[in-house]
Design a protein around this ligand. Sequence first.
Ligand code: H2U
Ligand code: ZN
Length: 348
Amino acid sequence: MDQFEFTEHTHRRYNPLTGEWVLVSPHRTKRPWQGKVEKINEGRRPQYEKACYLCPGNDRAGGAKNPAYSSVFVFQNDFSALVPDVPAGSFFKGDLFRAESEKGFCKVICFSPRHDLTIPEMEVADIRKVVDVWCDEYQQIGAMDYINYVQIFENKGDIMGCSNPHPHGQIWAQNSIPVEPAKEMAMQKAYFAKHNRSLLADYLADEEISGERIVASNQHFIALVPFWAVWPYECMVVSRRHVQNICQLNDDEKTALADIYKKVTIMFDNLFEISFPYSAGLHQAPTDGLEHPEWHLHMHFYPPLLRSATVKKFMVGYEMLANPQRDITPEQSAERLRSLPKTHYNAI
Ligand code: H2U
Ligand code: ZN
């Protein structure tokens, strides 16, 4: 038998942030890149769209009207999944039936008044305004006594369920700590208790030595394809300094977060020269009033596309029933992303 090689042999990789595993089958596509792919001519969108419910001055579907906003604009989601006025209550029957009422609320953040822009096409100074709004919202919402967790995220592209191309993100805030951050919290807590150091700080230190999975960086953040990435071009942005939430970032660091958000999404768009779909979001400490020295601020990017504008990775059969699986290795994905032009294809 040959010696075990990541690039040749099927293996499992461990995700220390969640405790889960991913199956990597590199032999299925030894070459990650299969030549030029078809281009989809998306056309340019207008700067203002009369029918858009997020454009300034327009009516929303819920009956409200947007102000003539000129920067970032936040509003209460008209169709919120989480609402504040839910009576406290629970349902228990033996060990097998459990339910609890859940309170919270949802907001929508328009990143820009411009209907035609996306994050990779916005100026860093304007993305910085989005970061500032994230920070204000996290602080204000987090201070509410019944809110223990604030999830800030962006769905981009209709295959990610995004209902409108106008650049926007969402905030869902709630009483309980949801499943994904709860998993990461448990793992970070256990690591911190054992080593008295941040799990992600130690991970970054190792990644910086090899550099093979790093795709972009600046003075305060590193973007990489995690060793345990599930999605073909999954990325994670981690702060170099161990902070628990975005409000602890200083001025330079907030601008650096805006900068790396742009850098990562430019690489994504340049990959297939399309507006690249993804779901992305921040993971930061719960707002439950407790100290969370274990938490290390980071941002996940989960893009579903695999080989072209139309070939998507599906999480089906084996993934649904066993565990996630990928073909190209995270190192191959990182190399591909790194090799892309640093300027958005629309700006060339
Ligand atoms: P996505 O396209 O990322 O799913 O988000 C759009 C959100 O905007 C969605 O949650 C809300 C939807 O409920 N929305 C309003 O609050 N008002 C509207 O007029 C339309 C959409
Ligand atoms: Zn619009």
